[in-house]
Design a protein around this ligand. Structure first.
Ligand SMILES: Cc1cc2nc3c(=O)[nH]c(=O)nc-3n(C[C@H](O)[C@H](O)[C@H](O)COP(=O)(O)OP(=O)(O)OC[C@H]3O[C@@H](n4cnc5c(N)ncnc54)[C@H](O)[C@@H]3O)c2cc1C
Length: 401
């Protein structure tokens, strides 16, 4: 595999989750020699709400056409205060049409998204190795990635290897991590009534209970609960759980039937102290983890991938080092504001649900009242919710990196 220079490729992407696959496909599509180090992924029954910019990026990379029939549009987002508290917030509805869009984005099962990405990677004849990376050795010229079998020598390693990132540890990058006293129970279900492309978020004292449309009369559920309650629900037989979820959803979608495959995800927020260091750059959950509230996690991860690939493609056009310190410093600086602002917004919203502190509840109620009543504020919030006002990488604007 080694060329005359002794390098296997210019860039190695470690991790075959969605952030890694998108990074590798975007690099290969921009003509950057790439090796994807991706052991087989585990079964994932979750779904991802991909916001408009992510959908544009996938369309630009010729992936979206293979996803579209398995994805449901999110035309309306409804927030309902379902708490028993003294101060309750008014119901708020966000319609994509109000900001001139057909949909805020689309919800798709992760297995379909990963399959579409893998197919595109194969079409591009991306060099792919199905064993894990086990060691990284850096020098002034490049990085040697030791694999469970064999090795690769590259100028830049993109660590897309998830929450317990091996690349992050190998780069000596620490994190700030905080756990919440909550667990998300996830599953998909069928229901008797149509969802009308509307995602409904019930805000309860333990966290949001969110139903997100899937094609047909199906939805995915992310139910954030106290860990004991989540475990109790997760252990119920199908029929009992279906009735319990229908009760919690106030029969909004009629009779419900849960499908096979339940997930439990303890909630935490974690941010790497740096998103890049000495020829190693982090994308996706290797760089930041946010609670599954407001569908931000992977959308942030895809903006990481798009930003980094744009910098690499530009460096390559200028015959500059794609793993050089200037490029990595620019990447870190360009991603920090977006990640920090989303993390703070999600944290504030989550804490305002958990707190019994009356002034905090009043502030949340007032904010939602203003959002409901003041059109320009609501529209600004919708635009910021789907894409940051600060720079959008080229892929998210429909241009190749
Ligand atoms: C309940 C829930 C709901 C969510 N809903 C949404 C949503 O609606 N919208 C949204 O934007 N986000 C959502 N998210 C967040 C989203 O799921 C994550 O951001 C996303 O899955 C992270 O992708 P990733 O590629 O960074 O990491 P991962 O999917 O974790 O992939 C990492 C990969 O790296 C591999 N790996 C690990 N170590 C090595 C190694 N040494 N060598 C090689 N490979 C390695 C692993 O096998 C894995 O395949 C949700 C999260 C949760 C928990």
């Amino acid at each position: 595999m080694n060329g005359a220079s002794g390098f296997t490729a210019e860039v190695a992407v470690v991790g075959g989750g969605p952030a890694g696959l998108v990074s590798a496909i975007a690099l290969a599509s921009s003509g950057v020699e790439t090796v994807l180090i991706a052991p087989a992924t585990q079964d994932d029954h979750r779904t991802t709400a991909l916001l408009a910019g992510s959908v544009t990026a996938l369309a630009t990379l010729d992936v979206w056409s293979a996803c579209r029939r398995d994805a449901a549009p999110l035309a309306t987002i409804r927030i309902v205060d379902d708490s028993k508290r003294l101060l309750r917030a008014p119901e708020v509805c966000f319609n994509a049409a109000e900001i001139g869009l057909e949909a805020f984005g689309y919800n798709i099962e992760n297995r379909h998204l990963l399959a579409a990405l893998s197919t595109r990677a194969a079409q591009l004849k991306l060099s792919r190795v199905a064993v894990p990376a086990v060691a990284l050795a850096r020098d002034s010229e490049g990085v040697t990635v030791k694999l469970a079998e064999g090795a690769a020598r590259v100028r830049l390693v993109i660590g897309a290897d998830g929450q317990r990132s091996f690349c992050r540890a190998a780069a000596g990058i620490g994190t700030d991590r905080r756990s919440y006293p909550q667990t998300a129970l996830t599953l998909n279900l069928e229901h008797d009534r149509p969802h009308r492309d509307t995602s409904t978020e019930f805000h309860t004292e333990s966290g949001p209970f969110t139903l997100v449309p899937l094609p047909g009369r199906r939805s995915s559920l992310v139910c954030v609960l106290d860990p004991m309650q989540a475990a109790a629900l997760a252990s119920m037989p199908d029929a009992e759980l279906s009735d319990e979820i229908e009760r919690r959803a106030h029969s909004l979608l009629g009779k419900m039937r849960v499908e096979a495959g339940r997930g439990m995800f303890p909630l935490a927020v974690e941010t790497a102290h740096s998103f890049a260091r000495e020829r190693i750059a982090l994308v996706g959950e290797a760089a930041h983890v946010v609670p599954p509230i407001g569908a931000q996690g992977l959308n942030l991860g895809l903006r990481d991938a798009a930003t980094l690939v744009e910098l690499v493609a530009d460096a390559r056009r200028q015959n500059a080092d794609v793993g050089g310190p200037d490029l990595l410093a620019r990447y870190d600086a360009q991603r920090r504001a977006d990640v920090t602002s989303r993390r703070i917004a999600i944290d504030l919203l989550n804490r305002s649900l958990l707190t019994d502190f009356l002034p905090a509840q009043a502030a949340r109620g007032l904010s939602l009242y203003l959002v409901e009543r003041v059109g320009p504020l609501r529209r600004a919030l919708m635009r910021e919710g789907i894409a940051p006002a600060v720079s959008q990488p080229r892929l998210m604007r429909g241009e190749m990196a």
